[in-house]
Design a binder for this molecule. Structure first.
Ligand SMILES: Cc1cc2nc3c(=O)[nH]c(=O)nc-3n(C[C@H](O)[C@H](O)[C@H](O)COP(=O)(O)OP(=O)(O)OC[C@H]3O[C@@H](n4cnc5c(N)ncnc54)[C@H](O)[C@@H]3O)c2cc1C
Length: 355
């Protein structure tokens, strides 16, 4: 069976981002790479959005970018500006196409459906398939979004809505997220932060229809695309193995308080690429310990007091948008952290710390 210098398990966001980074930096001229990916074909299956706090390779896959956003709780709306760190939405269909076209040019890169088709004994492995054990105590961000089109102009495409908590919370944490791509099209997503122990929050179609028709007051529209997903708000378990690094969700690249993963994946890919020649001796890349600690307390508060979360998120945005964006994107300094912490209900957080 054929052997390869490197193997990437999972040709999704992290696997393909890493392969692309290695390829464009000419690290695969004299090395071979096998990508293991079971899917039959690549098509748009996700929309990755984030504040652009660092450069990445995929500006040409950006569907839309915004410099203004809102956050809502019942009877209160904050209008915020993010011109220094625009919020970008990447179309995964364009991302897959761009990367696969590039990788096809290099004969040293091969795709396989299953790892049993190759000899992996002497390869360095990058694994993006998480091992997630079912545990009813774990929190998830689970959501469903639809792209809709209207006949007439309806949306203000200069401003997106990050979180609208003016909706049924069902003793959990629930918000809607609206990305207007144009005056006649938008992604509308219902999002829950919860333990997902039953299906009682999964009547997504009803929630979205009700929000569009009775909250946005839009009656004539058609659905052109739908995506559904769940992001673990905990780190998947893994055993340290020689010659293996976990990447993507499997590698702990999700910011647990927000679910944002895409830009962390890009930074991790660059880190691996810069150190590829000595990768087995390179220090593990992680989201800063400070954020791991703060997110842990934040999620304990969310778990114990879900009813407080709309206010907590809203209050967070009393700090300047730049401060909040940098904090949520793991790029804040001590003073910015402090500014966020000071906006939080102190006693609730202190209690959570000692629970
Ligand atoms: C619908 C959705 C929307 C999201 N939106 C955002 C967002 O807006 N912003 C953000 O920052 N993050 C977002 N995320 C979180 C995160 O960015 C994505 O989940 C991202 O795709 C994670 O990349 P990954 O490579 O770890 O996983 P994936 O992209 O899921 O890739 C894993 C790959 O492994 C393959 N695979 C599965 N089993 C095997 C196997 N046994 N062997 C080999 N391969 C296998 C799969 O087919 C898949 O291609 C979203 C997640 C989802 C699910």
């Amino acid at each position: 069976m054929k052997e390869f210098n490197y193997i990437i398990i999972g040709g999704g966001c992290a696997g393909l981002s890493l392969a692309y980074e290695l390829e464009i930096n000419e690290k695969l001229k004299d090395k071979t790479l096998a990508i293991i990916e079971p899917r039959e074909e690549y098509r748009k299956d996700k929309t990755w959005s984030f504040w652009k706090v660092t450069n990445h390779n995929f500006d040409d896959c950006v569907k839309k970018s915004w410099e203004n956003f809102t956050v809502n709780i019942p009877k209160n709306t904050k209008h915020l500006q993010c011109a220094s760190y625009p919020y970008q939405s990447i179309d995964s269909g364009l991302f897959y196409e761009k990367i696969n076209n590039k990788l096809k040019e290099n004969k040293n890169i091969s795709f396989f459906k299953d790892i049993s088709e190759i000899n992996s004994k002497n390869s360095f492995v990058f694994n993006s398939v998480p091992s997630i054990k079912k545990d009813h105590r774990n929190l998830w961000q689970h959501f469903c979004g639809v792209e809709i089109e209207t006949l007439n102009d309806f949306f203000d495409d200069e401003i997106f809505n990050l979180m609208d908590f003016d909706c049924d919370q069902r003793e959990s944490v629930h918000f809607f997220y609206t990305l207007p791509y144009s005056k006649t099209s938008a992604l509308v997503e219902t999002t829950w932060l919860s333990k997902m122990n039953d299906n009682s929050q999964k009547d997504y179609n009803y929630q979205i229809k009700d929000y569009i028709e009775n909250h946005l007051n839009l009656k004539n529209y058609k659905i052109t695309y739908k995506e559904e997903g769940a992001i673990p708000l905990f780190y998947p378990s893994y055993e340290m193995e020689k010659n293996k690094i976990n990447i993507g969700t499997a590698g702990g690249m999700t910011r647990l308080s927000t679910g944002y993963t895409f830009l962390n994946i890009q930074e991790h890919s660059k880190y691996i690429c810069n150190n590829i020649e000595k990768i087995s001796k390179t220090k593990k890349f992680e989201i800063g310990k400070k954020y791991q600690f703060l997110d842990d307390i934040f999620l304990r508060v969310l778990d114990e007091s879900p009813h407080m979360m709309p206010d907590i998120f809203f209050k967070m945005f009393k700090s300047s948008p730049k401060t909040v964006i940098k904090f949520l994107s793991n790029k804040s300094n001590f003073l910015q952290d402090l500014s966020i912490i000071m906006k939080m209900p102190k006693w609730t957080f202190v209690k959570a710390l000692f629970n």
